[in-house]
Design a protein around this ligand. Sequence first.
Ligand SMILES: Cc1cc2nc3c(=O)[nH]c(=O)nc-3n(C[C@H](O)[C@H](O)[C@H](O)COP(=O)(O)O)c2cc1C
Length: 203
Amino acid sequence: MSVKVAVVYYSATGNVHQLAQAVAEGAEKSGAEVRLRRVPELAPDAAIDGNPAWRAHVDATSDSIEVATLEDLEWADAYALGSPTRYGNIAAQLKQYIDTTGGLWQRGVFADKPATAFTSAHNVHGGNESTLLALYNTFHHWGSVIVSPGFTDPSVYAAGGNPYGTAHPGANGAPEENVLQAARYQGERLTKIAKRLQGIATD
Ligand SMILES: Cc1cc2nc3c(=O)[nH]c(=O)nc-3n(C[C@H](O)[C@H](O)[C@H](O)COP(=O)(O)O)c2cc1C
């Protein structure tokens, strides 16, 4: 018996996409069945075309990554949500998806399930933590069990020491191995806690 993890994210220029892949890898390595899903792009083409990196990422992932549905959340035993930091907050694309979950919430689909979050901003102090805490606000309402990394593994320190969740400063370029390793660890930890909550033996 394996736990099922939904990694659901929005990414405009690819940083959060890479973190999401790493979280998914970590969860899979720990024995989870994983669905890696992107939420729909809502921005108009005029905005996307104004940033070549944004257009390139949209085109690169439109066929290769499946779009998240509400059924993915119903299916999963655990959640990892990722968003770029937008003015210190969640990207509207991911928030729009979250704001369609009222029916699931009413049925208690999210209750008692572990959940975690990750982000990328441009700056080290550009609002990473406020974005993560904003995502955790949703988890409180869902009745989920928040599984932040804390300082429970050396990879957290090596990636800058953020106990709230993996946070990549995009000013440094694409996420490097230290940050990807912290994201993998976050996926592993989420899976471990999900197994414990389900009474599945784990270390
Ligand atoms: C509208 C907008 C708002 C942003 N707000 C912030 C911010 O508050 N702090 C920050 O450090 N970076 C900010 N950024 C930069 C992105 O968070 C950063 O480039 C991030 O790494 C993008 O992730 P992605 O490649 O997954 O799209 C903003 C970018 C845009 C387009």
